[in-house]
Every structure is written in structure tokens, then in C-alpha cells.
Design a protein around this ligand. Structure first.
Ligand SMILES: [Zn+2]
Ligand SMILES: [Zn+2]
Length: 377
């Protein structure tokens, strides 16, 4: 009887404690699914030896220029999509949103950084220097003062009215190299954006060739939004120019990518800090990851394969193995004289016969124009 009263007492205590935070249920207002809001997708891309693998998107836009989402919204989207880092890279000199004229480019950066702090999420301050080709568009990452750039892409008169040539065309404002130098003076990481846009031609102009040779362009987008530029692989072969995959997102991420994994640049950093990220970028420790493809330096792809594919030997003599892919990266391979296709699906295991020492051709892993060839046991 004593026990029963104790039990009743305990139940009463639990009920009282529980009653302190009752779910809001009434005919007037009932709260639904409150705990379901902040759900983050977990994308498994393993770390490699000595480095954390950071999932990054270094190119995106907001309502302050020509996009549909606020800077804080970009952070929330990216966090939910399973990324670790974004760059807030608003356009300089593109203002299409009616009623919003950005006078201070720190505004989107500060809003994103502030939101990032709430989620423990890194935001890289950046701007996109937006000009016509041959200069094109370049992101200046790790910008300190984003208000130093020329606002007008085209020449204007003293009243701000666009000047036109005799054929009625707008006249480009040739101050882009001044802007480039201003970014350099701030120690920025210079990313050459979407070389194949808007004219569908990935041209390596003498300007970029020179800047790449001088080590002043630090990376180029192999992938942007929903397109990729295979010619960039040639520049990797020739100049070892690091390659990125970024969204350049203007719409919502849901609208652009639905349930797919977003394009991302994988960066191998010592720590999850801006300083570490910066060091890793300037050291060129990155891979482009988009639509199931990986591109970049052989050693990083190779280490990622080793970290992703776990091999269990079932019959050494016959070469029977079970390979488990613990990552979200699909690895498509061909092997043997008959070029047998084998797909290592994300989060799946496959039992196959691959004799020891067999070289597999990882046909979705690009080291420049070549695909990566590698033994898995
Ligand atoms: Zn652009
Ligand atoms: Zn852009």
C-alpha cells in the first residue's frame, strides 16, 4: 500500500512536471509539428586523413540583388540542406529587386553572419564583381570592405544615365581590373565564376590566362547552378587550377534542387573555422562535387574513395569481396578487360568478384580530362 501511494505520488510529480510545458491544444489554436521545423539533412562525406571535409557553396544571391531569398534564409536553407559553409556573395552593380537599392554591401553579409552564429554555421564574407566578358564575373571571398567597388558596369553620364555607342549598345565600364586589384589588396581568394555563361562559350581569354599564370585567380567554377563546363578540365590539366562546384542560387534551394543533393565544393580543412577554411582554399585542398561527379586533384579523390569504400575480403583466392559505400557519393566504375560496370551506391554494400590488385576506372571521378584509376584492395 505504501508502494502504491509512492507510485501515485511519482505519477503526480511527473504529471505536474509535464504540465509545466503543455502542448498548445485547444479549439482556438492547436500547435502542430513544432519539433519538425529545424531538421537538417545529413550528407555523409567522410573526412580524409588529417582534414575535415567541409561541404561548401561559395556562390549565391539574395533579395538585395536579383534573387528570391534573404541572406538569413540562405543560411537556413544551406544548414537544412546539409552544408557546412556558404559564401554570401552578393552582386556588385546588379539591383533588380524593386525598392531595394543596396548602399552598403555589408548588409547582406552581416545578416548572413548573424544568422550563421545562431546555427553554428560558417559564412564567408564575399561579393561578386559582375562585369561583361572577357573579365566576366569573379567572386572575391573573405572580403573585408565590400564597399570599395565600382557600381556601374556600363558607362553613365554625370546624371547617371546610360551612355550608348553609335549602334545603341551600352558601353562597358572598363574599371574591372581596378576592382580586381581592390579585392587583391584585401587578401581575397579570387574565384572565376561560370566561364561558360552567358555566351555558352568557355573561353580562356588572354586576361584570365595571364592572371592564372601569375597565381592571381585561385579557382574556377567547373559547375555553376545546373551546368558544367568540361573545358575547365583542360585548364586544370594545364595550370592545376583548382575547381569548384557552386549553386549561384537565385531561387529557393528547394525549387532548384528538390530532394537532390546540392552541388558543393568539398574543402579539406584542419578545423571548422574561417581561418582554417581560408588556409585550405589557398592551399588548393578542394574538390568539385555535383550530380554524382567528383573533380579535382587525384590524391584528394583517392583519399575520399579510401574513406568511403570499406572492403571486406570474403574469398581472397577467388577475389570475392563485399564493398560497403558509407558515403553519399555514388562511385561508378569499370574494371577488367571486358570493362564490367560496377556502381557502388551510397549507403549500400555490394558483393563482387574483383581479383586483388585490379585497377578500377572510376568514371565519375575526373582528374582533369582523365578519370581516376585505382585499386580498391
Ligand atoms: Zn555571375
Ligand atoms: Zn552569381
Amino acid at each position: 500500500m505504501k508502494r502504491l501511494s509512492l507510485l501515485i505520488g511519482l505519477v503526480a510529480i511527473v504529471a505536474t512536471v509535464g504540465a509545466k510545458t503543455p502542448p498548445e491544444i485547444s479549439d482556438d489554436r492547436t500547435v502542430c509539428g513544432q519539433l519538425e521545423k529545424a531538421v537538417r539533412r545529413v550528407i555523409s562525406i567522410p573526412d580524409i586523413e588529417g582534414y575535415k571535409t567541409l561541404k561548401c557553396d561559395f556562390h549565391m544571391h539574395t533579395v538585395f540583388a536579383d534573387a528570391h531569398v534573404s541572406p538569413a534564409g540562405r543560411v537556413r536553407e544551406a544548414w537544412q540542406d546539409g552544408l557546412d559553409v556558404i559564401a554570401m556573395s552578393e552582386h556588385i552593380a546588379v539591383h533588380k529587386s524593386p525598392g531595394i537599392k543596396l548602399k552598403d554591401y555589408n548588409i547582406p553579409i552581416n545578416q548572413a553572419v548573424k544568422e550563421g552564429k545562431k546555427w553554428g554555421f560558417l559564412v564567408v564574407p564575399a561579393v561578386e564583381i559582375t562585369r561583361t566578358k572577357p573579365f566576366g564575373h569573379m567572386n572575391a571571398l573573405f572580403i573585408k570592405d565590400p564597399n570599395v567597388f565600382e557600381e556601374t558596369r556600363y558607362k553613365v553620364d554625370e546624371n547617371g544615365k546610360l551612355l550608348r555607342d553609335k549602334d545603341g549598345n551600352r558601353i562597358p565600364n572598363p574599371t574591372e581590373m581596378d576592382d580586381f586589384r581592390k579585392a587583391e589588396e584585401q587578401g581575397c581568394f579570387m574565384l572565376w565564376n561560370h566561364p561558360g555563361w552567358p555566351d555558352k562559350k568557355s573561353t580562356l581569354y588572354p586576361l584570365q590566362k595571364q592572371l592564372i599564370k601569375e597565381g592571381r585567380i585561385h579557382a574556377v567554377e567547373l559547375f555553376n547552378g545546373s551546368e558544367w563546363y568540361p573545358k575547365v578540365l583542360d585548364w586544370f590539366d594545364e595550370y592545376k587550377l583548382p575547381m569548384m562546384a557552386n549553386s549561384d542560387i537565385h531561387d529557393t534551394s528547394r525549387f532548384m534542387y528538390g530532394n537532390q543533393i546540392r552541388p558543393m565544393t568539398l574543402v579539406f580543412a584542419k578545423e571548422y573555422t574561417l581561418e582554417s577554411l581560408r588556409e585550405a582554399l589557398f592551399a588548393g585542398r578542394m574538390l568539385a562535387f555535383f550530380e554524382g561527379k567528383l573533380a579535382g586533384e587525384q590524391k584528394y579523390i583517392s583519399q575520399l574513395i579510401d574513406a568511403s569504400l570499406k572492403v571486406q575480403v570474403v574469398d581472397e583466392k577467388k577475389g570475392v569481396i563485399v564493398v560497403t559505400n558509407i558515403s553519399d557519393i555514388p562511385f561508378q566504375t569499370l574494371f577488367g578487360e571486358r570493362m564490367i560496370p560496377v556502381l557502388f551506391r551510397p549507403h549500400s554494400a555490394i558483393r563482387i568478384t574483383v581479383p586483388k590488385g585490379t585497377e578500377l576506372d572510376f568514371i565519375n571521378c575526373y582528374v582533369g580530362r582523365q578519370t581516376l584509376k585505382k585499386e580498391i584492395w
